[in-house]
Design a protein around this ligand. Structure first.
Ligand SMILES: NC(=O)c1ccc[n+]([C@@H]2O[C@H](COP(=O)([O-])OP(=O)(O)OC[C@H]3O[C@@H](n4cnc5c(N)ncnc54)[C@H](O)[C@@H]3O)[C@@H](O)[C@H]2O)c1
Length: 443
């Protein structure tokens, strides 16, 4: 099938590359000249394991192309995926300007029937807005009978395992209001689900809602465990033991029960916020999700609260080594990363911070900028020298079995603040460390 993907970020690039891998002919459009130039050089603008191989393989075989040429992109694909960003607007709602601009660009140029598929995360009712906009533009062009349809196909891939998620999806949700549209998308996704058909067809509004419901549920689990972790510390319980104790119940399951430094990233914060906003506009309060947000904001402060409790609120003359900047392992995405809040506050309290991340340094430089007292280094060991404590923020695999003897010898004092509960407190004490984790203190 001939496909166009509008927006070549985490979602658009993975979608385009994986669809090309299955034999489709894909054109990926982006308006960002730097992004397209990077891709045309055979490099990736983002870090995503396994993606480069697929991109190179398919560009060489002629099935995948990158362009800034909107005319060419709209002329190419019978199916036009919209995968542009939907950041939070000032009032917390999803900013739809890029989605609507992409839809308008398609409507202004299309000469033949088009299926417009919205992959961006958008509030319920957006497909209707896109449909109205396209119809209006076509009428203005004197083409009121040119056929088109608008579908919703929310994306559930996870940064860090996006290729795997797209190639072997748990489910593919399609919101379609006519059987022909559902049929086309079924054809497109069938190669990804040869063992079991995991396509779930529903009406468009339900598909749009499903994406928000999924992210809201996952964010809720995280905040729930973070809140219980604070209580566990007060009660002398260990949240890690509690986690295994409840996760083995199949009704609960093991995923997303980790206490930590709060959720971040490009999706959960803005999507929870947008759903709360949507509900308000519909005259309903979402009290659970409001609490989820409040708990998350507090949780981003917990690690620094512990540092302040240990070293005092005046951190001038103190130096901290910080491991992990990306909002989670496997990605270089710094959007809403808890590390940003932690670094900002440590600097504000007068501390010096030396940080390391295996892949996110370039993005972190952009996100954090040049700051007095902040150093971004490309060696995990280099940040330790002269530090009063090690602060672990992202659970990259390479942090899970560090050389503890080297750590103890290099830090000014053997103190670790672990925002990801990577180690056993008893082991750490036996090794001579003062170990502060989340939800694990003895009374
Ligand atoms: N990142 C994720 O893990 C993830 C997962 C599921 C869903 N989503 C959703 O998918 C959407 C895209 O997210 P992302 O992380 O890939 O965004 P992103 O910011 O990485 O990429 C968006 C791209 O769209 C381009 N763009 C914007 N307007 C355009 C236009 N009119 N024409 C062409 N290109 C345009 C931008 O230049 C940018 O490169 C969002 O709605 C997001 O919520 C993201």
């Amino acid at each position: 099938m001939k496909i166009t993907v509008v927006g070549t970020g985490y979602v658009g690039l993975v979608t385009g590359a994986c669809l090309a891998e299955m034999g489709n002919h894909v054109v990926c459009l982006d308006l960002d000249p730097g992004r397209i130039a990077t891709l045309l050089r055979g490099e990736l603008p983002i870090h995503e394991p396994g993606l480069l191989d697929i991109v190179l393989h398919n560009t060489r075989s002629g099935r995948l192309a990158f362009t800034r040429d909107v005319d060419h992109a709209v002329a190419h694909g019978r199916v036009q995926f919209i995968a542009v960003g939907t950041p939070a607007d000032e009032d917390g709602s999803a900013d739809l300007q890029h989605v609507l601009a992409a839809a308008r660009a398609i409507a202004e140029r299309m000469q033949e029937p088009r299926l417009i598929v919205n992959k961006s995360t958008v509030p319920v009712g957006t497909a209707d807005r896109v449909r109205e906009l396209v119809a209006q533009v076509l009428r203005a062009r004197g083409l009121p009978t040119l056929a088109f349809s608008v579908a919703s196909n929310p994306e559930f891939l996870k940064e860090g395992s996006a290729v795997q998620d797209f190639m072997r999806p748990d489910r593919v949700v399609v919101g379609a209001d006519d059987p022909q549209t559902a049929q086309t998308l079924h054809q497109l996704y069938a190669p990804f689900m040869r063992n079991v058909d995991r396509l779930i067809v529903m009406n468009v509004r339900s598909a749009e809602f499903t994406k928000y419901a999924a992210n809201a549920m996952l964010a809720t689990r995280i905040s729930f465990m973070n809140e219980l972790a604070l209580l566990a510390e007060k009660l002398g319980a260990d949240i890690e033991q509690v986690r295994t104790g409840i996760g083995t119940d199949p009704r609960i399951g093991t995923h997303f029960l980790y206490a930590g430094t709060g959720y971040g990233g490009s999706c959960f914060p803005k999507d929870v916020q947008a759903l709360v906003h949507t509900a308000r506009e519909a005259g309903q309060e979402l009290s659970i999700l409001q609490a989820v947000q409040a708990v998350n904001e507090r949780q981003k402060q917990v690690l620094v609260d512990k540092i302040v409790a240990r070293f005092g609120a005046d951190l001038r003359g103190r130096r901290f080594a910080l491991w992990g900047l990306a909002f989670k392992p496997g990605t270089d995405d710094m959007r809403e990363a808890p590390s940003r809040t932690i670094i900002e506050r440590l600097l504000a309290l007068g501390a010096e911070v030396a940080t390391y991340d295996p892949v996110a340094l370039a993005q972190a430089r952009i996100a954090l900028g040049e700051r007095t007292g902040l150093r971004l280094l490309d060696q995990a060991h280099a940040v330790l020298e002269g530090a009063d404590a090690l602060v672990i923020v992202t659970e990259w695999k390479e942090f899970r079995s560090p050389d503890f003897a080297y750590l103890a010898a290099t830090l000014r004092q053997p103190v670790i603040f672990d925002g990801r509960n990577l180690f056993e407190p008893a082991d750490m004490h036996a090794l001579g460390f003062e170990y502060h984790a989340i939800g694990r203190s003895a009374p």
